[in-house]
Design a protein around this ligand. Structure first.
Ligand code: FES
Length: 626
């Protein structure tokens, strides 16, 4: 069965319906969930509509005309248009909900919106939640006794703002010292600061990808969308445990307190924030917005929320969407005290906000192709679908891909074998840092096992073949298939003398089993999602391998092992660091942020652990494909 059209497959009864929108004069057609505003639908699909308020209903610039279908006028439309214009179909796009199919005429832009292209090649129309406005205000007099705040807010009458107490504390002295020439700093609907003079050119944000292992920060100029500096470091929580379960256990067993582990996250984020600001030569106080993508455990801990319920069945999160978070007070970041942090919502305890960010960046919800998104790690997140339906699950792959539980395994650092290629004549290795091989990282492990299967030294069940058979199948390699104690191993690199197996980099029979378990968990995950959708592996039009491991994995070997469906190799692509890119998009545009929140309604989470068919499916997947 091939499902390449917009028609959702059978078996997804609770999938959200979609409505068709056609934008004129471009002729662009998009499908969106009903109830989405025309402004959002246009913005998500890169169609620019005039606005200075970002869709808050205050600027009245987002005028469009409904040319086919109908949208009832909103109360605001009555103030923005004459009765004749209303009858002709004029509406404010940010107030107009698309509840049915529509044809929409978009007038030419009065002001050209700025756009930025993010790493995944997506164009994002710049509309950050943070903005600065330079104001030249009249001085007070006996005939003009407006308060300081009224004076500022009157000059910002296209916005409906409330005020931060901190801004109020300094407003009087700033206005007077600056001769009433000031810059208002606004985040969403909140006035967070009034600064002397014109500081509008200095507006920055930091996008964080808060990984369990590595944390990446990107500093963006919010006036242009340009990345100014990037820095990464290991998460300082490493000593608490290598993976999320160990970190949760350390907190449950009271080896570490929640607040001390949260502090480690804050220290990591703060050091990175300071580093990117120093690199770009900017004052951290000019960072007015932060976006944070991370898995549910990392986010719970960073916010000081007890992660224990995430670690035990039935795996419950404290909340899917989080309240407003202050970057400085709640995360300890050395940024503007009024800066807010946008935290990506999670779909489930094991499909977190990093995946929401990844889906946003990869545009899974806007693409007509049926795609499979796989983020491989200790916990593997899998999403299947297209713009009409999306299914997500998490598969417990275990630590094999991180190099843990593998005898000569190591992280992808200097000395790690990352590429292995075997031919009947010999072994070729590529080592990170061009160093003497010291161990095998995840991509090297996948390569090694796939190559051993290809040359016939491992059979489909994952067992090393007998010596005599090995000598026939791969004479140049057979000498490397040997014994270490009671266990059969394959030597990838002799560190000392050939024959000194104990001091070599080798792969054991048990290592192969570990990889088979990890691969089977992942393949079971996507197979169950395909079943739920009523599709077969051949219906997948593209596989996106996300996350840092996905970037290094050989698509051909991933197919050979059955880690991904058997497809033409060009259909399996590395998606890059999509979580980080999604975080940048959310920082640059409140509309993209709204898109990330809307994904919550569009993705159906499928829990694997309570499925009666999981074990049988898992056992079926242990074998390597023919
Ligand atoms: S976008 Fe400003 S009123 Fe609609």
């Amino acid at each position: 069965m091939t499902n390449t059209t917009a028609d959702p497959p059978a078996g997804l009864e609770d999938r959200p319906a979609r409505v068709d929108l056609e934008f004129q004069p471009s002729g662009t057609r998009v499908r969106v969930p009903p109830g989405v505003t025309i402004f959002d639908a246009a913005s998500w699909n890169g169609i620019a509509i005039d606005s200075t308020c970002g869709g808050h209903g205050t600027c009245k610039k987002c005028k469009i005309r409904i040319d086919g279908g109908s949208v009832p006028p909103s109360p605001l439309d009555a103030r923005a248009f004459s009765p004749d214009e209303l009858r002709a179909g004029w509406r404010l796009a940010c107030r107009a909900q698309a509840d049915g199919d529509l044809r929409i005429e978009v007038p030419p832009l009065v002001t050209r919106p700025k756009a930025a292209t993010v790493g995944v090649g997506r164009q994002v129309i710049l509309r950050p939640a943070a903005q600065k406005r330079y104001l030249e205000l009249a001085e007070p007099s006996l005939s003009d006794q407006r308060t300081d705040l009224e004076r500022v807010l009157d000059a910002l009458d296209d916005l409906e703002l409330s005020v931060d107490l901190a801004a109020l504390r300094s407003i009087g002295s700033v206005l007077r010292a600056a001769d009433y020439r000031v810059t208002a700093v606004i985040v969403d609907d909140l006035l967070i600061d009034v600064q002397p003079g014109d500081t509008t050119a200095r507006l920055y944000g930091i996008a964080f990808d808060l990984g369990t292992t590595t944390v990446v920060a990107t500093l963006l100029d919010l006036t242009t969308g340009t990345p100014l500096a990037v820095a990464s470091m290991l998460n300082k929580q490493q000593p608490v445990g290598a993976d999320v379960i160990t970190r949760i256990s350390s907190i449950m067993m009271e080896s570490f307190t929640l607040s001390s582990v949260a502090d480690l996250a804050h220290q990591t984020l703060s050091e990175l924030a300071a580093e990117v600001c120093a690199d770009a030569g900017i004052d951290p106080a000019d960072v007015c917005e932060v976006a944070l993508a991370g898995n549910a455990t990392m986010i719970h801990i960073a916010l000081g929320i007890d992660p224990e319920p995430l670690g035990v069945a039935p795996f419950i999160m404290a909340a899917r969407q989080l309240p407003e978070v202050r970057a400085s007070a709640d995360l300890g970041l050395p940024v503007h005290p009024g800066a807010r942090a946008f935290i990506f919502p999670a779909f489930g305890a094991y499909v977190g906000g990093d995946i929401t960010a990844g889906l946003l960046a990869s545009g899974m919800d806007r693409d007509s192709r049926t795609r499979l998104f796989i983020d491989i790690g200790t916990n593997c997140e899998i999403v299947l679908g297209n713009r009409d339906w999306l299914l997500a699950t998490a598969a417990p792959a275990g630590p094999a891909f991180e190099g843990a539980a593998i005898r000569c395994g190591m992280r992808a650092a200097d000395g790690a074998i990352e590429v292995v290629s075997l031919s009947p004549a010999g072994v070729e290795l590529r080592v990170i840092g061009d160093a003497e091989p010291a161990g095998l990282c995840g991509s090297g492990l996948v390569d090694a096992v796939a190559s051993l299967v290809a040359v016939g030294l491992l059979d489909r069940s994952g067992r090393f073949v007998p010596e005599a058979e090995a000598a026939i199948r791969a004479p140049g390699l057979a000498g490397r298939l040997t014994m270490l104690g009671q266990e059969r191993v394959f030597v990838l690199h002799w560190l000392a003398e050939p024959g000194d197996v104990a001091r070599s980099v080798y792969l054991t029979q048990r290592d192969v089993r570990e990889l088979q378990f990890a691969k089977a968990a992942i393949a079971t995950g996507w197979n169950i999602l395909l079943q739920e959708a009523g599709l077969s592996p051949g219906d997948v039009q593209q596989v996106l391998l996300a996350g840092s491991f996905g970037s290094y994995l050989s698509p051909a070997n991933a197919i050979r092992l059955g880690l991904v469906p058997r497809l033409p190799v060009l259909r399996v692509v590395s998606a890059g660091n999509v979580a980080g890119e999604g975080a940048k998009m959310a920082l640059l545009s409140v509309r993209e942020r709204a898109g990330a929140l809307a994904l919550q309604e569009e993705v159906r989470y499928v829990e694997l652990s309570d499925r009666a068919d999981f074990n049988d499916a898992f056992v079926d997947q242990l074998q390597f494909p023919e």
